[in-house]
Ligand binder design. Structure first.
Ligand SMILES: Cc1ncc(COP(=O)(O)O)c(C=O)c1O
Length: 403
């Protein structure tokens, strides 16, 4: 279709692609399992999984077969009509979340927009009129996406800067400091909105006790407990949702990223008690829940179950953390801490992580930087012990030759 022989992708980017992502360092052309290849034939262990997306790794045969089959059958039909895959995926997710209903969209930010709208509907119903009960209490250092709602729920100045005025009504408590949330939640509050594990903020998990405390606070105040599981959900911690460690049930959950294992899909689950807040015409999106996107979602969830990938994470993650901890102990001045849950790990460095991430790339591993001098390791859920150990070797080598 195109003359690709004389194309220089970096030049095309320099001339035509908007500069909002900075300057990408590699041109990736192919993926298979835990590996991706660049246009010079170099192979990389993909321990970013995109950004926590490729749950099944790349080109997983069952996923490819399901998507290909659906491509031939029906790609898009709109939400003016039912499609079987959307109904099936909603049922599968409800079985994991609890009694309730699901709305499909295309990204994490879009899922969060729907959740923020849900909080408005709840606040308005609670107050009996519009515009008096709409405070959402989120956490400092969180990240909820780049739309206006997402940015407004994100306290970090570097995300918000340049876009004022943002959506009013957001306040921020300190993660794992229940009292700071107790102080902020009042009669004008409609929801508490948290990532169960902060990802972009540098891998900071909510403790189980904090989650239980927030649940209790929300119950006492008639406030929705909404969890953003966009990055930490869909098996990444070895549990389907990260919050399961607390034995609680939130009122609504946002998910995306790993749910389609590379096909764009987002979803919101709303508890049956609040599902009726979304009445016909109150929300929607053209591309949400297409037969194709839901085929990708169904295939992802099917393989996670069939191959017990959460069991794989639970089995391998503790040993991996020990190996990484041994690296930290060997160079504590460079690697300050290793933290996280399952296949969601943050390496807290003493200085700028970018040179270390570049060294890891030279040694054949892709990672994702995060705030606070952190490098995120987010392997695909299919990663086995050998892959994890290889990653540890690369971390060791990269640290040895930097700083
Ligand atoms: C916790 C969390 N919420 C929301 C988002 C936004 O998702 P998306 O980039 O798909 O809009 C992200 C993306 O990194 C995220 O990590």
């Amino acid at each position: 279709m195109h003359d690709t022989h004389h194309e220089n992708t970096a030049e095309l980017y320099d001339s035509y692609v908007l500069g909002n992502y900075g300057k990408p360092q590699l041109t990736l052309v192919r993926g298979d399992g835990v590996y991706v290849w660049d246009d010079e034939g170099n192979r990389y262990l993909d321990f970013g999984s995109g950004i926590a997306v490729s749950a099944l790794g790349h080109a997983h045969p069952a996923w490819v077969a399901a998507v290909r089959e659906q491509l031939h059958r029906l790609t898009h039909a709109s939400n003016l009509y039912r499609n079987r895959n959307q109904g099936r995926l909603a049922k599968t997710l409800a079985a994991k979340c609890g009694p309730g209903r699901v709305f499909f969209c295309n990204s994490g930010a879009e899922a969060n927009e729907a959740l923020i709208k849900l909080s408005r509907l709840h606040g308005n119903r609670k107050a009996g009129r519009e515009g008096t009960c709409f405070k959402v209490v989120a956490a400092e250092n969180g990240f909820h996406g780049r739309t206006f709602g997402g940015m407004s729920a994100t306290a970090q100045e570097k995300i918000r800067q340049g876009f004022a005025p943002l959506v009013p009504g957001f306040a921020f408590g300190k993660l794992n400091d229940l009292e700071s949330f107790e102080r902020l939640v009042d009669d004008e509050t409609s929801a508490v909105f948290l990532e169960t594990i902060q990802g972009e903020g540098g891998i900071h998990p909510c403790t189980a006790g904090f989650l239980r405390g927030i649940r209790d606070l929300c119950d006492r105040k008639g406030v929705l407990m909404i969890l953003d599981e966009v990055q930490c959900g869909v098996g990444r911690t070895g549990r389907f949702f990260a919050y399961e460690k607390a034995g609680i049930q939130p009122d609504a959950i946002g998910m995306a990223k790993g749910l389609g294992s590379g096909f764009p899909i987002g979803a919101v689950w709303v508890h049956e008690r609040y599902a009726g807040l979304f009445t016909p015409g109150s929300h929607g999106t053209t591309f949400g829940g297409t037969p194709l996107a839901c085929a990708a979602g169904l295939a992802t969830l099917y393989v996670i179950e069939r191959d017990d990938l959460m069991g794989n994470v639970r089995e391998n993650a503790p040993g991996w953390m020990e190996e990484l901890e041994a690296v930290r102990a060997a160079c504590p001045a460079k690697l300050l801490s290793v933290r996280g849950e399952g296949y969601m790990v943050g390496l807290q460095l003493a200085s700028d992580p970018l040179p270390v991430a570049a060294a890891m790339r030279r040694h054949g591993m892709l990672t994702v930087p995060a705030s606070g001098n952190v490098i995120r390791l987010l392997p695909p859920l299919i990663a086995r012990k050998d892959d994890l150990s290889r990653a540890v070797e690369i971390v060791r080598s990269a640290l040895a030759e930097t700083g």
